[in-house]
Design a protein around this ligand. Structure first.
Ligand SMILES: [Mg+2]
Length: 411
């Protein structure tokens, strides 16, 4: 179903502008001034500092700054790719497009609106003394609920309701209006926005926004989804090498696993707030499913924890066998289940009997490498049973459960 919003509000900082204008301007008030403003912006993003206090304090620090500097900082801002095209397409469907900012001076927002061909631009009023900023600010957009007030005025003028409004934004200042709007698009969005937005756009290009209105998120491509699964399983298979490296350098391997858990967790937190950690975020992006774009993807953490726990808790051969089982039997179950999994397991319909049989065979082969056949068979039954249970993540339960059984029987 094609949707035709009648009023489209684009946030400026972080959506049209790649980056924050106030932080760019802050570079002109010296290192300490810049750092202080950076802290204020952080406190604001954490929800500690209200927007009106943030703006007052930041603009007070700009007192005496010449207007030419504001213009120069504006010229330094990079615009998101395809912003003009998105505005053009939205207008072609009969929408009115407004650029709105609670932070950037009104004359700059209007200029951006002109450049992109938008109908309106709304920013904050800044006090001027001579050719410089007085440090004072004003206007409806400087208060906490400012955007809602301005948008509702536009809605009254146009005789439309919130269901006809679309808001495209990235940060918490827009959360209220995004929740009211008929359609909301989070662009490189922070976590709270990510959780509520109708659609998400990650990356430096806004060209696809109109496409979202026609077909929603692109249907999941079967081949792409298969590739994603294969990449995820590859991460599992990599785990198989860990015990062999640990045999050569135990402490460095444990330390490296702990570092990986921390680096990955930080990168996930950063990703959920609309930023990227080079390389780590790229790998994550290749592996995550669409619904996972809105939440912390825990599996790599639990996999690393499961492997670390096995190495620390169990004798070397037990640890190696359990890690091989985690690495290969889960992947085998997933691949076989996907291809031939017609018979569902009664107590867990998301998994198949065929997948579990594959998991058992592979787990048995892994354990039989190190243990007598009857021990390997029991270990394979235990790991397959745990794997088949309806628990969300078995990366820790499978190695711990199987490791305990193997230790008991082998000891
Ligand atoms: Mg923003």
């Amino acid at each position: 179903m094609k949707r035709h919003p009648k009023l489209i509000i684009f946030d400026l900082d972080g959506v049209i502008f790649r980056g924050q204008y106030l932080l760019r301007l802050s570079r002109r008030v010296g290192l300490f001034g810049h750092l202080r403003n950076l802290c204020r912006c952080l406190l604001y993003e954490m929800g500690v500092l209200p927007i009106d206090v943030l703006l007052r304090e930041v603009y007070t620090s700009f007192e005496g700054m010449r207007l030419a500097e504001l213009r120069k900082a504006y010229d330094e801002m990079t615009l998101a790719g395809g912003a003009d095209q998105a505005v053009r397409e939205l207008k072609a469907r009969g929408g009115e497009v407004a650029i709105m900012s609670s932070g950037v001076p009104d004359f700059i927002v209007r200029d951006v609106a002109d450049r992109l061909g938008a109908d309106m631009g709304y920013g904050i009023e800044v006090g001027v003394a001579g050719e410089a900023l007085s440090g004072e600010i004003g206007g409806r957009l400087t208060v906490a609920d400012g955007k809602r007030i301005v948008i509702e005025k536009l809605m009254r003028d146009g005789g439309i309701g919130w269901e006809d409004v679309m808001v495209v934004a990235d940060d918490i200042n827009n959360l209220g209006v995004m929740m009211k709007a008929g359609i909301s698009v989070g662009v490189n969005a922070c976590r709270p926005v990510r959780e509520i937005a109708t659609y998400l756009v990650d990356g430096a290009d806004l060209t696809g926004i109109c496409g979202l209105l026609d077909v929603g998120d692109k249907p999941v491509d079967v081949w792409e989804s298969w590739l994603q699964d294969a990449r995820r399983k590859l991460v599992h298979v990599f785990a198989a090498g860990v015990p062999y490296v640990a045999a050569l350098a135990f402490v460095p391997v444990i330390a490296a696993l702990c570092v990986m858990i921390v680096v990955y967790s930080v990168s996930e937190w950063v990703r959920l707030n609309g930023y990227k950690v080079p390389l780590v975020s790229d790998v994550t992006a290749l592996c995550i499913r669409r619904q996972e774009r809105r939440r912390f993807v825990l599996a790599p953490v639990t996999l690393a924890l499961g492997v670390t726990a096995s190495l620390v808790l169990f004798p070397y051969e037990v640890a190696t066998a359990t890690i091989l089982i985690v690495a290969f039997s889960d992947s085998a179950a997933a691949l076989v289940g996907r291809a031939w999994g017609t018979m569902r397991i009664p107590y867990n319909t998301s998994k198949s009997v065929q997948g579990s049989v594959a998991a058992f065979v592979v787990a048995y082969a892994c354990a039989a490498f190190y243990f007598p056949v009857h021990v390997a068979a029991v270990a394979a039954i235990v790991s397959t049973l745990i794997e088949s249970l309806p628990i969300v993540d078995d990366n820790v339960t499978v190695p711990i459960g199987t490791g305990l059984i193997l230790t008991g029987m082998a000891g």
